[in-house]
Design a protein around this ligand. Structure first.
Ligand SMILES: [Zn+2]
Length: 465
């Protein structure tokens, strides 16, 4: 009995020691992020010297060159570019739109083409409008009421949901599939209310798909600002004969070669076990992509820098991946997973930051219950930094294709209340990212990577039979 008590005491003191060591290492990570900082400078360059980084653009290539050079300067074990073919869609001249209540009486409204949309005819497109609250309304109306018209999708994001991603998910089908659905009923164009919780004058772009629609049947699609949508909706109630005019000259070109930017620190004990941390280097073209996803890129780069700076020698290989083309194709994420499979690489963990550079709240995990339990055991280590959220959920688009049984996939979860004010709009710019908030995110990510590297990912139990 005495021996048992002694053993348990020993165990407890060992655990206590481990926790103190971890607390100290994590404290050092946070202090380094906040004092000996780099992420904000990197973001400043990406945003203000390069700007919006749409796939296939000169800016996207400049971002590849710049981040590769920065990773080279960190003294990692290896830095390389992974080629990937990406779509090249170009916005063209600024879009223009108005609605007309009677001939000559028109009101201009802010719009932008949706990513992947076709252009309007050269002289623009003018037609009557039919307002709907979603794709499901089209069937009820039928071709008779839709044919020859512009479909106006006007279901707003649900303001009652605290997780604003859920409100986004509840609406985004209008943007992504709205044109494909409306074309089937003979619509000539679509205008979609911007995915924005705030009423303002900025249209928000984003990807859309024509699905199986034949090239000749594709109709132009644009986003209208939330104020514009409210005004149009009110006007249509007063005068259902209101016409809408819009003009856009966007174009899809052939695919071009681009790159994922990759850097790694080789693991000292288990070099074959790879842990990925990443964000996406491409962005939309209206702003400079500071929140989406410049922030996630520089935070991911900073994870490796912070581990090195604090003198931590990882047991596993820690890899930063800056994925290309998340916004309009996910080609980078798919290519990375494809190459990993070809090379028979063993990925045990992947963490993505693609939810804005706001104050971190925690992480969501796509993993086994045992691994989630393990993370929750580390809760007290994160408490001093106000990191409280450890939930099961979505990780990230780029790391999704890597998913395999037994892996831990995770997503950084910053505060999401202001994200959709900036998302895909011209106000996604550097001045809206707070330096400390950005750094706290990087430190939180580095701490999670440190803990999973040190203690490993729990294997999934094989059921015999
Ligand atoms: Zn993003």
């Amino acid at each position: 009995m005495k021996r048992l008590i002694l053993l348990s005491l020993l165990c407890l003191s060992f655990l206590g020691h481990a926790q103190t060591d971890d607390a100290e290492q994590i404290k050092e990570i946070y202090e380094t992020a906040l004092t000996d900082d780099k992420a904000y400078d990197w973001l400043n360059h990406l945003s203000n010297q390069i700007g919006g980084r749409l796939s296939g653009s000169v800016q996207a290539q400049q971002a590849v060159d710049y981040t590769k050079a920065q990773l080279d300067s960190l003294g990692l074990d290896r830095v390389w570019l992974q080629p990937v073919m990406v779509p090249k869609w170009v916005r063209g001249t600024p879009e223009f739109a108005y609605f007309e209540t009677s001939p000559g009486l028109s009101t201009n409204v802010p719009i932008c083409a949706l990513g992947g949309s076709v252009a309007t005819p050269l002289g623009g497109l003018k037609a009557n409008v039919i307002e709907v609250k979603g794709i499901e309304d089209l069937k009820k109306l039928g071709s008779e009421k839709i044919k020859g018209k512009i479909v106006f999708y006007n279901r707003p994001m649900d303001p009652t949901l605290i997780d604003t991603y859920s409100s986004y998910s509840g609406c985004v089908d209008q943007r992504y599939s709205g044109a494909e659905a409306a074309a089937k009923f003979g619509a000539v164009g679509v205008v979609v209310r911007s995915m924005n919780l705030r009423l303002d004058d900025l249209p928000h772009t984003g990807s859309m798909s024509y699905g199986e629609t034949a090239v000749s049947d594709r109709i132009p699609a644009a986003a209208i600002s939330t104020n514009g949508a409210e005004l149009l909706s009110t006007t249509l109630k007063l005068n259902p004969e209101t016409k809408f005019y819009f003009k856009q000259s966007c174009k899809q070109f052939d695919d071009v070669e681009s790159f994922n930017v990759v850097g790694e620190i080789k693991g000292s004990e288990f070099p074959d076990e790879i842990m990925v941390v990443g964000g996406h280097l491409d962005s939309w073209d209206l702003g400079d992509g500071s929140h989406d996803d410049g922030a996630g890129c520089v935070q991911s780069m900073d994870v490796l820098r912070l581990l090195k700076r604090t003198g931590y020698k990882p047991k596993r290989t820690i890899r930063v991946v800056l994925f290309m083309n998340e916004e309009n194709g996910l080609r980078g994420g798919n290519k990375y997973a494809e190459v990993a499979l070809q090379k028979k690489e063993k990925h045990v963990f992947a963490l993505e930051s693609d939810a804005g550079g706001f104050t971190p709240r925690g992480f969501s995990f796509d993993c086994s219950a045992a691994n989630l339990e393990r993370v929750r055991g580390w809760k007290n280590l994160f408490e001093p930094y106000l990191i409280h959220l450890f939930v099961k959920g979505y990780s990230g688009a780029d790391i999704g294709p890597l998913k395999e049984e037994g892996m831990v996939l995770a997503g950084l979860r910053p505060d999401s209340q202001r994200y959709f004010v900036h998302h895909h709009a011209e106000n996604d710019t550097f001045e809206h990212v707070n330096k400390r908030e950005l750094e706290l995110g990087a430190a939180s990510m580095a701490s999670l990577v440190y803990l999973f590297d040190k203690y490993g990912v729990l294997p999934t139990k094989k059921i015999k039979g």
